[in-house]
Ligand binder design. Structure first.
Ligand code: HXC
Length: 267
């Protein structure tokens, strides 16, 4: 078996309806495609309905299952509540939420306007809280089990220059993950997080390694295992944490970065 292969058996997510914010592109899309292959149905959201709808059509054609594309800016609680109601009306009970929507750019912090700082915090932290509150309240009221999986990053705990609003917001998302893992476990609601390292995508990759930086990025020097991640490796982890196989995993953050974040400490 190779690490580029799917890990879980066919049907491992049969009957599950999973919401993925920011599910139209990049890693959100890759994780969604694997969930579909495993038998799940999806609700994917983002601000761009044209991109979403195209993704939904392509996904359904390739992998079957149902993919519902719903426009939603996660910063706006009214839009989140409307999206959640539509998703439930269309697909019935939703079993899992992958909080994947993010916004980020590199900038010296002293160059940021207050609005620029707040924009990133709002997409990442407020957006995740909005979706989590909406889903959690619904699940608790209707006595439904649920699973949250939140995408963070290792600089949520190490901190990082030049992406400070993102670091601040991701630290908040990690705190939310751990706090609700304790508070909401009694309602059969689990919360976990994944901290992905370098996985090439069109969007985030070009934003975080713009221009010449991408040419200078040498995985052999930066990452102990000597390579970047394959999307399937992340999808395998996400599917495990979203599935019932991980029923006893709660409040955990799993880093998948080839050891990148520890490299500075170890050398
Ligand atoms: C400085 C910037 C900027 C930049 C925008 N702003 N881009 N400031 N450098 N590169 C400022 C604007 O001037 C404005 O401030 C404020 O931010 C809001 O900008 P808008 O364009 O109006 O905001 P909006 O349309 O909401 O767009 C949000 C966004 C955008 C974050 C700026 O890039 C976006 O929508 N991104 C979504 C996708 C994304 O970023 N994905 C990457 C996630 S990767 P003023 O003062 O002028 O009003 C990720 C991985 C992390 O998170 C892990 C890494 C290992």
């Amino acid at each position: 078996m190779k690490y580029t292969e799917g890990m879980l058996r066919d049907g491992a997510m049969e009957g599950k309806n999973i919401l993925i914010t920011g599910g139209g592109t990049g890693l959100g899309r890759s994780m969604g495609e694997y969930f579909l292959k495993l038998g799940a149905n999806l609700i994917i959201t983002s601000r761009r309905l044209d991109v979403l709808q195209q993704t939904a059509d392509e996904m359904q054609n390739s992998f079957g299952g149902k993919v519902l594309a719903l426009r939603c800016d996660v910063r706006e609680i009214e839009q989140v509540e409307k999206m959640w109601a539509e998703a439930n009306a269309e697909l019935g009970q939703i079993h899992g939420v992958l909080n994947n929507a993010a916004g980020n750019f590199i900038s010296p912090t002293e160059m940021l306007s207050a609005n620029a700082f707040q924009t990133v915090v709002d997409i990442v932290q407020k957006g995740t809280s909005n979706v989590t509150l909406t889903a959690g309240k619904h699940w608790i009221k209707n006595k439904q089990q649920g699973t949250f999986l939140n995408i963070v990053t290792t600089y949520a705990w190490t901190g990082s220059g030049y992406v400070v609003p993102s670091a601040v917001a991701k630290a908040g998302v990690l705190a939310l993950t751990r706090s609700l893992a304790v508070e909401w476990a009694k309602f059969q609601i689990r919360s976990n997080a994944i901290a992905p390292g370098p996985f090439p995508t069109e969007g985030a990759w070009s934003r975080l390694l713009p221009g010449e930086l991408v040419k200078k990025f040498d995985p052999a020097k930066k990452i102990p295992v000597g390579r970047v991640g394959e999307h399937q490796e992340l999808a395998n982890l996400a599917a495990y944490l979203m599935s019932d196989f991980s029923a006893f995993v709660n409040g955990e953050v799993v880093t998948i970065d080839g050891g990148e974040w520890l490299k500075g400490a170890g050398e």
